[in-house]
Design a protein around this ligand. Structure first.
Ligand code: CP3
Length: 356
């Protein structure tokens, strides 16, 4: 069934639209008081993520406030390594932590693709959100990239430099190959199941690929992402379920990323959007790329910076407006309202003027 508002899917396919679709990474999150209330009711972030009904509730919260053009599954990328038995927890005020990280070779050797039954709560959440959306806007399913998952699995937590991971890339590339290949198989099955449960588009979050050298990025991040996209496509036909690949810090390698087989490439705020559109706009859609910190200023500044991005993207089909990374908790919701309104209004003007 085509959603009532399919602007987001049309833009990913580089079809004409009457306004630029907009959604925001982490649009359901701590900047919304109603999110914090639901999380308190659930008891913790993980309890929330494991309750399909509450996942549907928080997924729809930003849509009740702002006319966003897509919803994103409320979950986390680290559900997959948790299902692999690494033991995920989130301490309040800190990031994620694994009880059994891949700190030695024996653990890497023992790693296997998990039974998707262990992730059933995620697929139930997708189905629950789909019912709650009732076809208003498309639902984005997602997973972490094999390399970004490996970063947390090897390090055991977040890190400033992911030193263990980068040392492994140089000293034991065979072990890192094994981890990302198993992750790629797991992510393929995970995304297939999200589509079966109702996801309309898929996004791979490669938050840490930009830490690597060019050749290590090809081997440990882009290659396994390409493998996922290749394995998904025969099942879902890339045209029907569009895909987005977002490598934060990947701006220098856009030529390779644009050819990876995804429908769209996510850009962080360091990339010149107009130049990227001129160079790659005929072959892939582009998603981005407002600095999330802009949303912590004031509505006038937000409107000015958002309009600049809509103008930089220009009238050609294939732009999805987003931030260059996740929304930060200090964002006043009024600034998000100003952002969405500006993107819709300015893009309507530009697209009207651009039509012959
Ligand atoms: O975008 C959305 O609204 C969908 C939900 C979503 C979350 N995490 C919810 C979440 C998505 C798409 C993610 C992806 C994710 N998770 C990534 C890749 C994207 C990125 O941000 O770089 C990564 C690296 C993670 C791992 C993760 N989860 C970290 C490092 C943290 C803690 C950092 C932080 O922001 O506090 C989380 C927790 C998390 N995931 C929160 C949310 C809303 C905050 C937890 C809370 O409510 O306390």
């Amino acid at each position: 069934m085509t959603p009532a508002n399919d602007t987001f899917l049309r833009a990913l396919r580089r079809e004409p639209v009457t306004h630029t679709p907009v959604w925001l990474m982490r649009q359901a999150g701590r900047y919304l008081p109603e999110y914090n209330a639901t999380r308190a009711k659930a008891g913790s972030f993980l309890a929330l993520a494991q309750d399909p009904e509450l996942c549907a509730e928080v997924t729809l919260q930003p849509l009740a406030r702002f006319p966003l053009d897509a919803a994103i599954l409320f979950s986390d990328i680290l559900t997959v390594p948790d299902a692999m038995g690494l033991g995920l927890s989130f301490a309040t005020g800190e990031g994620p932590r694994f009880a059994r990280p891949l700190h030695d070779e024996a653990r890497v050797r023992a790693l296997t693709v998990p039974d998707m039954g262990a992730l059933r709560y995620v697929f139930d959440a997708v189905a629950c959100i789909k019912r709650a959306l009732a076809g208003r806007v498309p639902l984005i399913g997602f997973a972490g990239s094999p390399f970004t998952l490996a970063c947390y699995m090897i390090e055991g937590s977040g890190s400033d430099d992911f030193g263990r991971v980068r040392r492994m890339a140089y000293a034991r590339p065979d072990l890192l190959d094994r981890i990302v290949d198993i992750n790629a198989q797991a992510v393929t099955a995970y995304l297939d199941a999200q589509v079966a449960a109702g996801a309309d588009a898929l996004m791979l979050f490669d938050t840490w690929g930009g830490l690597l050298t060019r050749s290590a990025y090809e081997r440990f991040s882009l290659r396994p992402m390409r493998a996922i996209l290749g394995a998904l496509r025969p099942l879902h036909d890339g045209a029907r379920v569009p895909t987005i690949v977002f490598t934060k810090g990947g701006g220098g390698w856009l030529d390779a990323i644009a050819a990876c087989g995804a429908s769209a490439i996510g850009l962080d705020w360091t990339v010149d959007l107009a130049a990227a559109r001129a160079r790659f706009g005929a072959s892939v859609a582009l998603q981005g790329n407002l600095d999330p910190l802009v949303l912590t200023t004031d509505p006038e500044t937000v409107a000015r910076e958002a309009a600049a991005i809509v103008r930089a993207a220009g009238p050609e089909p294939g732009h999805v407006f987003n931030l260059g990374h996740g929304i930060v908790p200090a964002t006043p919701p009024a600034n998000v309202a100003a952002l969405v309104e500006t993107v819709h209004n300015v893009s309507r003007e530009i697209l009207r003027a651009g039509r012959p």
